[in-house]
Design a binder for this molecule. Structure first.
Ligand SMILES: Nc1ncnc2c1ncn2[C@@H]1O[C@H](COP(=O)(O)OP(=O)(O)OP(=O)(O)O)[C@@H](O)[C@H]1O
Ligand SMILES: [Mg+2]
Length: 268
């Protein structure tokens, strides 16, 4: 399964959400940072207190995919974060990411990875080089915050990007807007978002809306490589991430594109 995650200006939490969802997945999963603006995962993650080595990165995956010399280049070039989660950090600079050039081999590698991949494609817009990559994803998670400007930007972004994704995909994209908000406000924030999107042309593409808890201490545990089955599992971050991954699993294989009435998010 290939899940693309995107955001917009204001750093809503795309990278963190990708890692949280991969960690909440019940089995082995991989978070890939493929943000064309450059990555910061390699600097943030420090499993067991140690910084990640500088390589491999998504550039290693792209190179191996182009050479067609490995069965599963994504899994081969991932770092372990905890016992069930691996991460492929992005290159630090946008210039390095631009060196990938043709993104088709990388896209193919993401699609054939044996584990589910949660791929951070950065700010997705009509001229983003990652648009064609996101178009191949089973699901596109658009991450935003609940403040008015972020929600408006999320709405406008989806209105512009959905037709482009549909065109490149040759089929309707499946969108799941996700708000990073407090657990306490998750349900009303999601209800507001759902109401706003229901009045837009993207309504048919929105398979659900959800939220992930804003939980700084959960993020600290996640980035330190805590086991998802340990104390990390009891954080708001992982609890709400598990609700999202359960919803993703239930959506998998479904061809329905109509909005669902249920809400993705943790119990409060
Ligand atoms: N669920 C969360 N709970 C608490 N803090 C979070 C959460 N998600 C993200 N953050 C914090 O918000 C900041 C931005 O997050 P992140 O880097 O994931 O955003 P981004 O959208 O990937 O940004 P960029 O566009 O710069 O790549 C970071 O400091 C991160 O720790
Ligand atoms: Mg990021």
């Amino acid at each position: 399964m290939f899940i693309a995650l995107c955001g917009d200006k204001g750093s809503p939490g795309v990278t963190t959400t990708a890692v949280a969802l991969a960690s909440a997945w019940a089995r082995q999963a991989i978070a890939v940072e493929a943000n064309p603006g450059g990555g910061d995962l390699a600097i943030r993650i420090h499993p067991g207190g140690s910084a990640l080595p500088e390589t491999p990165t998504v550039l290693s995956v792209a190179t191996a995919a182009r050479a067609e010399r490995e069965q599963d280049p994504v899994a081969t070039h991932a770092h372990a974060l905890n016992s069930t989660t691996a991460v492929v950090p992005g290159a630090v600079l946008a210039e390095q990411m631009a060196n990938i050039g043709d993104l088709s081999p990388l896209t193919d590698a993401l699609m054939r990875c044996a584990s589910p991949v949660f791929v951070d494609v950065g700010h997705l817009h009509s001229s983003s080089p990652m648009l064609g990559v996101a178009a191949r994803a089973d699901l596109v998670i658009a991450v935003g915050r609940p403040d008015t400007s972020s929600v408006i930007r999320l709405r406008e972004r989806l209105i512009r990007v959905a037709p482009d994704l549909a065109h490149l995909r040759g089929a309707a994209p499946r969108l799941l807007p996700l708000l990073v908000t407090t657990s306490r406000h998750g349900a009303p924030d999601v209800a507001d978002l759902r109401g706003i999107l229901a009045e837009t042309p993207v309504k048919p593409f929105v398979v659900d809306c959800g939220f992930l808890a804003h939980d700084p201490s959960g993020v600290r545990r996640l980035e330190a490589g805590d086991e998802p089955g340990g104390r990390l599992s009891r954080t708001d971050l992982l609890r709400t991430a598990r609700a999202v991954t359960s919803r993703i699993e239930s959506l998998a294989g479904s061809s329905a594109t109509a909005p669902k009435s249920s809400m993705v998010g943790g119990h409060r």
